[in-house]
Design a protein around this ligand. Structure first.
Ligand code: CMP
Length: 138
């Protein structure tokens, strides 16, 4: 069993897509074991994306991620990290496969509807960024 972090980003939440996106995730057989809605502060967004701090898009990314509420979900399942990444599709929606969340719902490479952890180490850090152990159901 693996856990991974899903973020439904401000572009998707503002369009009322959080329910549809969660429904597709659950239909894929991934279990939601933690769920929160929150509005990130600048410091929280900078902390979450610290690995991208030197990238040219970092400042715009932080502005976008703090532009409105997000929904964060901890997902659990066998191979949850890779299965959820396949469901999301490529970072750039123009390159995402048909039927993926980003192909369906993303606006641009930045406003790309959803985030998912990219590996087991990152997943542990990212789940813990938003959920303490007592917030997660078995
Ligand atoms: P995410 O999977 O959350 O990881 C980092 C985010 O940075 C990414 O989705 C996009 O929202 C954003 N991002 C990645 N590459 C670019 C880029 N080339 N230009 C603008 N934003 C980007």
């Amino acid at each position: 069993m693996e856990r991974t972090l899903c973020i439904i980003k401000p572009d998707a939440v503002s369009k009322g897509l959080a329910g549809q996106i969660l429904s597709k995730i659950i239909s894929e057989g991934l279990k939601v074991v933690g769920l929160r809605m929150l509005h990130l502060s600048k410091a929280e967004a900078e902390g979450f994306y610290a690995v991208h701090r030197e990238r040219p898009f970092f400042s715009d990314l932080v502005t976008f991620m703090t532009s409105g509420p997000i929904v964060v979900a901890a997902l659990e399942g066998k191979d949850a990290i890779s299965r959820y990444r396949r469901l999301m599709g490529a970072t750039d929606p123009a390159k995402a496969d048909e039927g993926t969340l980003r192909k369906l719902y993303a606006e641009s490479i930045q406003n790309n509807a959803v985030h998912g952890s990219d590996g087991p180490d990152t997943a542990k850090i990212e789940v813990a960024y938003f959920f303490s152990t007592v917030d997660l159901v078995g």
